[in-house]
Unconditional design. Structure first.
Length: 85
């Protein structure tokens, strides 16, 4: 059993691509993918409605990001212009 963990839209897509390759070349390998952000939100029960709101906000931002890329051919400014502090 292999567990692949990821957080964020690009790492998630890269992880899913890696899993697809593994399943093609090693079909007997059991693989589980965990999106850490979503999983953590689900596991922290005290978040309650705030956790549900956070998950929805993440989904909404991903949709906004995908639409922006489709329209403008580049990441949202907040992603494109982000800098390490």
């Amino acid at each position: 059993m292999v567990v692949m963990a990821c957080a964020g839209d690009v790492p998630t897509l890269e992880t899913l691509d890696a899993v697809a390759l593994l399943r093609t070349h090693v079909p007997d390998l059991k693989i589980r993918v965990i999106n850490v952000v979503a999983d953590v939100i689900d596991q922290v029960s005290r978040l309650g409605p705030r956790g549900a709101y956070a998950k929805q906000a993440i989904r909404d931002k991903l949709i906004e990001h995908q639409r922006h890329i489709a329209e403008h051919g580049e990441d949202l400014p907040e992603v494109r212009d982000w800098k390490w502090l």
